[in-house]
Design a protein around this ligand. Structure first.
Ligand SMILES: NC(=O)c1ccc[n+]([C@@H]2O[C@H](COP(=O)([O-])OP(=O)(O)OC[C@H]3O[C@@H](n4cnc5c(N)ncnc54)[C@H](OP(=O)(O)O)[C@@H]3O)[C@@H](O)[C@H]2O)c1
Length: 261
């Protein structure tokens, strides 16, 4: 089959964004749709929110569709990209934003929680990158890109969220390995936000206070992160590295995770 380069004016590029029903994944999906990407919106349990993301993406780029999968389930994860390819015919990129973020530390650490984080945060990113590579290889196409969301705390460690941090550290280590293994068809880039959105463990006042805690006086916004993801997807020479988008928080030293400060 002859290759259609992803940049071809003959067709729109398609990106799968995981965890795109809510929060950062939704902002990334909307920014990519606004830039002309057709967005495959993945969700696990936030169906109503994901349907809204699909409607909002379609209003921006003309086409979008919904895909449910539990990324802790290996078979469901392996099946996801082929389902997207069947719907859109061609897939050009994956953004892995979905993540498990459950607290543990050295005292409460268990194999069970480590494995749950490793599956959804690390393993799923690798399987989706592999699936994109296989999809492009079958079409003899190049120009694929994978972006996975990391975290500034890898450069600024504290004792909290041990299993989450290990899962992201493994993915950061996998970035250059995958970049080499999947070149020249697929580029692989990490994007590491700082504190960007409040969580159930942070009220709005505390979040606003902590968001200022950086050398630049502000950490990342959702718009900053989404714009960086779009840049990483569209710049054809970046691979095997991570872009930190955090107002410089990684240059500081925090004794605890933000949610426990
Ligand atoms: N928010 C921040 O300030 C911040 C800071 C640094 C790094 N990050 C990173 O940026 C990314 C996005 O952050 P976020 O705050 O938007 O994430 P989040 O709200 O914690 O999680 C995003 C989505 O991940 C999905 N998810 C979790 N486990 C899953 C599984 N097993 N299978 C499928 N989907 C699963 C959930 O989808 P459903 O709701 O559909 O179940 C959830 O809505 C994450 O990778 C995070 O580590 C975020």
């Amino acid at each position: 089959m002859s290759a259609i380069p992803p940049s071809s004016p003959d067709r729109r590029r398609t990106v799968l964004v995981t965890g795109a029903g809510r929060r950062l994944g939704r902002e990334i999906a909307l920014a990519l749709a606004a830039g002309g990407w057709q967005v495959a919106v993945h969700y696990r349990s936030s169906r109503a929110e994901a349907e809204q993301t699909v409607a909002d993406c379609a209003a921006r780029s003309g086409d979008s569709a919904l895909f449910e999968a539990d990324l802790a389930d290996e078979q469901a994860t392996r099946a996801l990209l082929p389902r997207v390819a069947a719907r859109f015919r061609a897939v050009d990129a994956v953004v892995h934003s979905a993540a498990l973020f459950e607290h543990d530390d050295a005292a409460s650490f268990s194999y069970a929680l480590m494995e749950r984080h490793a599956r959804s945060n690390t393993g799923a990113a690798i399987l989706l990158a592999q699936a994109l590579h296989d999809h492009l290889a079958r079409r003899d196409a190049h120009g694929g890109a994978v972006v996975h969301l990391l975290d500034q705390k890898l450069w600024n460690p504290n004792p909290d969220f041990l299993s989450y941090t290990l899962s992201k550290a493994a993915l950061e280590a996998a970035t250059p390995m995958l970049a080499l293994a999947l070149a020249p068809r697929v580029r692989v880039v990490g994007v590491a936000p700082g504190l960007t959105l409040a969580s159930h463990m942070l009220d709005d006042d505390k979040f606003a206070q902590l968001h200022k805690l950086s050398p630049l006086g502000r950490s990342s916004t959702s718009e900053d992160v989404a714009a960086t993801v779009k840049f990483a997807l569209e710049n054809s020479s970046i691979t095997g590295t991570t872009l930190l988008v955090d107002g410089g928080q990684h240059l500081m030293k925090f004794e605890r995770d933000f949610s426990l400060m």
